[in-house]
Write a protein that binds this ligand. Sequence first.
Ligand SMILES: C[S@@+](CC[C@H](N)C(=O)[O-])C[C@H]1O[C@@H](n2cnc3c(N)ncnc32)[C@H](O)[C@@H]1O
Length: 300
Amino acid sequence: MTDQSQYKKGSVVEFDDNWKIRSHEARQNYYTSGRPTNQIMMSFKNQWKVYSSFIKNPQPGMKVLEPGSGRGSISCYFAAHGFDCYLLDTSAEILAVAKDIFKENNLPAHYVCEDALHMSFSDNYFDVIVHCGLLEHFEDYRQALIEQYRVLKPGGIIISNIVPGKWSVQKAFGFINLFLKFVHGLLTKLKLVNKAEKAPKKPLYRSDHGSEIYIEVLRSLGAAIEYQGGIFPVPSLSYSPAFPFTVMSPKIEKFLVWLWYLVLAIRKMIWPKRHPWMCSEKWGQHVLVVARKPINQKLL
Ligand SMILES: C[S@@+](CC[C@H](N)C(=O)[O-])C[C@H]1O[C@@H](n2cnc3c(N)ncnc32)[C@H](O)[C@@H]1O
């Protein structure tokens, strides 16, 4: 177990506990080689499409690190496209889940149980570093980025997907989730549906920073910024207090996936030059920063 005292704020212990408490939902597999069947799967599939567009000259066997990998949902896509994936997490519990998910999908990967703030990899080791939902959990985000930059090869990229609790499309449509919860509560009282599961969850540290502060650190290290903006331009809808761990019934999820693809088709017509999953930082559920280490930068 990682020593908590070294952290300013942010906890890896609570994450591990939460993965244990929610072990059933943690087993959800959000990778598909076909059409997504729920909203979260759709999100990861579109993330992959956006991220892969930043990888110049992709070669089989390129090394990819996902620090704070959890189940490794995004790594599944990299592994399925021939990348050599390293999943790193302090939670042995969730790494075991990731291992099962990769096995079920017949995908290879390496599993590393260690701290993303102090990694054992040598300098200039990875071609790509990608993470989803990690940096906002560190007060010491600077150390996390310094460490990632150290293990990144010159010419390689860091793809940071950050989930701050700021104003976004999720908040704009929050009233729909309130309405869904109300209707579901009513149907539960009438015994027409089963009670939604409560989400026993330990509170985690989450910052509200936008892209600026991460970019400041990356620029100070010498990185060139290739993208700064929003991603995930549709809300996640659910009646469940456990969301995003729990998805709704297959029929409702299928309908929402269809609806969001329609929204993406319309977005593509309005903004034909960028992938429709990309959006303004204020609107996106997530913030995306893509930074490249210059090819001639050998040392920090
Ligand atoms: C929000 S989850 C990411 C979920 C992931 N994107 C997925 O597909 O399941 C953040 C992950 O970061 C891990 N984590 C938190 N602090 C860490 C640290 N210092 N080093 C490595 N992993 C850490 C947690 O255990 C957790 O699995």
